[in-house]
Design a protein around this ligand. Sequence first.
Ligand SMILES: NC(=O)c1ccc[n+]([C@@H]2O[C@H](COP(=O)([O-])OP(=O)(O)OC[C@H]3O[C@@H](n4cnc5c(N)ncnc54)[C@H](OP(=O)(O)O)[C@@H]3O)[C@@H](O)[C@H]2O)c1
Length: 169
Amino acid sequence: MREGLSVVVAVDLNWGIGYKGTQNLVVPEDRRHFREITGHGTVIVGRRTLLDFPGGRGLKNRRNIVLTRDGGFEAEDAETAHSVEEALELVRDGDPEGVFVCGGESVYRQLLPYCERAYVTRIEAAPEADAHFPDLEKLPDWRLADPGEELESGGIKYRFQVWERDRSV
Ligand SMILES: NC(=O)c1ccc[n+]([C@@H]2O[C@H](COP(=O)([O-])OP(=O)(O)OC[C@H]3O[C@@H](n4cnc5c(N)ncnc54)[C@H](OP(=O)(O)O)[C@@H]3O)[C@@H](O)[C@H]2O)c1
């Protein structure tokens, strides 16, 4: 695919992304940021993350692809893919509005190698977490392209960062 995939994720100081199946820390402004980034594009999520969406259904205005190994699983407003290969095949022709990997942990880990850019909301907090995103600071082929300015919501500091893959590494 021409443009490659992008990741959209909100992480805490330890790259934690969730606890007990849901997001453990939500900055309201991040919801709007997520909508702006993903726009009218395509989102790829794991079944657990889809079921954590409002109504357990695909997101409005976007093409939704859900990964599941369950051949009988059907979700409203979402196409199913039963393997990473099948998901990649579904987005082979790309999407002019972008293709975004939106979690959860298992899907981020499997699809990160196919991603060129990561939109990371970095939240300065360290709540209990049992799901994590790979620490991009430890991956030599990822670099912080835009550190984002420090913002604050309800006393919590956060930044909208952009990371990019450096294919020369
Ligand atoms: N902070 C953030 O930005 C953010 C974003 C999204 C999610 N999250 C958090 O991430 C956590 C969920 O992550 P998770 O890893 O438990 O669940 P997940 O990645 O959302 O979904 C896992 C499910 O996806 C399916 N799947 C994964 N790999 C597959 C493959 N190769 N082929 C076919 N199906 C595949 C399987 O579904 P079946 O069991 O149906 O086979 C698997 O059980 C939650 O805490 C959530 O809140 C955080």
